[in-house]
Design a protein around this ligand. Sequence first.
Ligand code: GLA
Length: 343
Amino acid sequence: MTRLRAHAPGRVNLIGDHTDYADGLALPMAIDLGTTIIGERTGTDLHLTSEQYVDTMRCALPVAGPLDRLEPAWSRYIAAVAGDLGITTGFTGRITSTLPIGAGLSSSASLELAAALALGFAGEPLELARLGQRAELAAVGVPCGLLDQLSAAFGREGHALRIDFATTTIEPIPLPDDIEIIIIHSGVERTLVGSAYAERREACERAAAVIGPLAERTVADLDRIESPGLRRRARHVITECARVRAAAEALRDDDAEAFGALMVESHVSLRDDFEVSLPAIDHLVDHLCASPGVLGARVTGAGFGGCVVAATRPGAIADPTALTGRGWRVRAAGPAAVEPIRD
Ligand code: GLA
């Protein structure tokens, strides 16, 4: 029996949040924190242990019954992946993760993709990403876009990924050597399940029903939306897509200052127009932005808690854990992959 190691990175979104499900643009990067599954394809059930959690997953194949009753909760993602793949050969192994869970760094997408590769998925990266997205919906009912899964499936060392969700075009953009990416946990735990994520997505759909695809519109089109609340949601998506285009240009032009300023504008838009930030996060962003050598900072991912991402001059933040106890200096990492372990 061949033992194998499957690994999928988490991601940090540098700019472009709540745009993926509106066919907009984003600029994430896969990071050198992620989920690793080591084990072998054997037997007829899934038997997985986790380094982080005491609970063990035991699940007979084929997966039957509603996934929301499965315990431990993390096993729902794996069962959803197994169900989607339709596998009948089991897997015995162990999961380890260096990602904080539920912090806006795509711990669930990372688990879905690592599980898919461990359990035998052997298709194209785009299909892998789509499988992960379907598993997320099946496992926990979150109608997420493709941002997290595409970032993990298409990660490139040293590069951010400019993703256009209307065409599913992914363009790697080299990150300049003089920009460091720092992630700081706000200390506020978040979960997408039961949050206002689905409500935000629905608001964007209602706005698009009035003025057409938000990513193709300008702020001038907003006058046609009557409800002030809906107008603000749409304004975030329209302006955020414009910021992603400008941020990708700024990276190409080696204009770190412009890149940082766009991150800050993005945070303000997520805070005021999209209303997915929290006081603790705003405070952290303000504090970081006032620190020497910080180019810009913003909430990252879905919001409602979780992490802040900052772009800084090298060494500007000597110890990323100093502020809240949890922080990371991250590098852009390669894609999800599986390999046999030869002892
Ligand atoms: C979560 C979702 C993504 C995306 C972000 C916000 O991470 O899984 O699809 O919508 O929120 O940008």
